[in-house]
Design a protein around this ligand. Structure first.
Ligand SMILES: [Fe+2]
Length: 341
C-alpha cells in the first residue's frame, strides 16, 4: 500500500473511470477592482484569469471527449471570489459551456449528472465576518442558498464501469460567526468547520449507502466494492506545520471519514496543490487538494485528474506556472502519483 512516483505520465490506456478535480476558480466580476488594490491582494483576492479558464476548459474538453461516459468533474468550492450574482452567472455559464455539462436543471450550480459541486468560503460571503458588517451583503445569503443545494448529502454515480458514492459537505463555518468576529479575529476567514450535525447525517447516509438505498443504486450495489469519495472545500490535512487554515474539527472529520470507509478526500481552499496519505491503523485514505485552477497571484495554478483501474488510482497533476506562463496549462502533466486502495 502507498504511493509510488513514476516518470510514466501517461494515462492508463483503458481506465475504469476518470475523475477531474477543479477548485478555487474564483470567478469575479470585479477583477479590475481587486487586481489594482494591494489590500485586496493581501487578503488573497487576486482576480480570476479568464484566459486560463478558457484554456482549462479546452484541456478538460479533450479529456471528456476521450473518456466520454467514464468521465466526471468535481469542483471543491470557491467558484466565485465575492459570491456576487454576476460572478455566479459567469461561472455557471462557464461550467455549462466549457464542460458541456448536460444540465438536468434549467439554471443554477446544482449538482447534476456529470458534475458535483461543494461551496467554498468565498461562495458564501455572508459568513466572512469582515463583510457581515455590511448589511447590504445580507441578501447574498438567500442568493447563495438558491444556487447550491443544502448539504450534506450523499449521491450515487455510476462512472464508466465503477460505482461511486460521493459524500458532499459544506465546510463553511455557519455558526458562531459573531463569536469569531469578537473573540478570534485571527484567521477568521480561513477556518472551516463541518460540525457534529453534518457528521451525524454523514453516518446516516453511509448507512443508507451500505443498504443500497441511495437514489439510483442498482440492486447488486456493493458498498465495499464502490469508490467512496468525500468532497469539501476546507482541508483536514495541513500543507505545512505552520498552516493555520485547517478545519477546526479536522480530528472529528478524519475519524468520521475512516468510520464510514471514505477512501478519497478531495478539497481546495489552499491555492497550492498537495496530497497526503492519511493512516489509521491498517486503513488508509488519500487526501488531495487541487490548488487553484484560475485565480492568479499564486506560484502555480493547477488541476488534477484521477484515473481508476481495479484497486489502483493514479493522481495526475496539471500545472500552469507563474510568472512565465502564457495562461496555459502544460499539455504534459507536472507529476503523477499512484496509490493502491
Ligand atoms: Fe479559494
Amino acid at each position: 500500500m502507498g504511493p509510488t512516483s513514476s516518470s510514466d505520465h501517461s494515462f492508463q490506456d483503458n481506465p475504469d473511470a476518470v475523475l477531474t478535480h477543479i477548485s478555487d476558480l474564483h470567478f469575479s466580476s470585479h477583477a479590475a477592482d481587486t487586481s489594482s488594490n494591494p489590500i485586496w491582494r493581501k487578503l488573497g483576492m487576486a482576480p480570476h484569469e479568464f484566459n486560463l479558464s478558457i484554456n482549462l476548459g479546452a484541456r478538460i474538453e479533450l479529456l471528456r471527449k476521450r473518456y466520454t461516459d467514464r468521465f466526471f468533474v468535481v469542483a471543491t468550492g470557491d467558484l466565485t471570489t465575492k459570491a456576487d450574482e454576476d460572478a455566479f452567472r459567469l461561472v455557471n455559464n462557464y461550467l455549462r459551456t466549457k464542460f458541456f455539462i448536460t444540465s438536468e436543471t434549467s439554471f443554477g450550480l446544482n449538482c447534476n449528472k456529470n458534475l458535483l459541486i461543494v461551496p467554498g468560503n468565498h461562495d458564501k460571503w455572508f459568513d466572512t465576518p469582515l463583510f457581515a458588517l455590511n448589511k447590504a451583503e445580507l441578501g447574498k445569503e438567500m442568493f447563495y442558498y438558491s444556487m447550491i443545494p443544502q448539504l450534506p448529502t450523499a449521491v450515487y454515480r455510476r462512472i464508466g464501469s465503477r460505482d461511486f458514492v460521493f459524500f458532499l459537505l459544506n465546510s463553511n463555518k455557519v455558526s458562531a460567526r459573531w463569536n469569531r468576529l469578537l473573540l478570534n479575529s485571527k484567521n477568521v476567514t480561513g477556518r472551516g468547520q463541518v460540525g457534529h450535525y453534518q457528521l451525524g447525517l454523514l453516518r446516516m447516509y453511509a448507512g443508507q449507502a451500505r443498504a443500497g438505498s441511495l437514489p439510483g443504486m442498482p440492486a447488486d450495489f456493493s458498498y465495499e466494492n464502490s469508490i467512496r469519495v468525500a468532497l469539501l472545500h476546507h482541508h483536514m490535512v495541513a500543507l505545512s506545520p505552520k498552516n493555520q487554515s485547517m478545519l477546526i474539527d479536522a480530528v472529528e472529520v478524519k475519524a468520521c471519514f475512516f468510520e464510514i470507509g471514505i477512501q478519497l478526500v478531495l478539497a481546495g481552499h489552499e491555492h497550492y496543490p498537495y496530497h497526503s496519505i492519511v493512516q489509521n491503523n491498517s486503513d488508509e485514505m488519500f487526501f488531495s487538494c487541487a490548488g487553484s485552477a484560475t485565480q492568479i497571484g499564486e506560484r502555480i495554478n493547477s488541476f488534477k485528474v484521477y484515473s481508476f483501474n481495479g484497486n489502483q488510482m493514479r493522481m495526475i497533476q496539471y500545472e500552469a506556472r507563474i510568472p512565465d506562463n502564457k495562461w496555459q496549462f502544460e499539455e504534459e502533466p507536472a507529476s503523477m502519483v499512484q496509490w493502491t486502495f
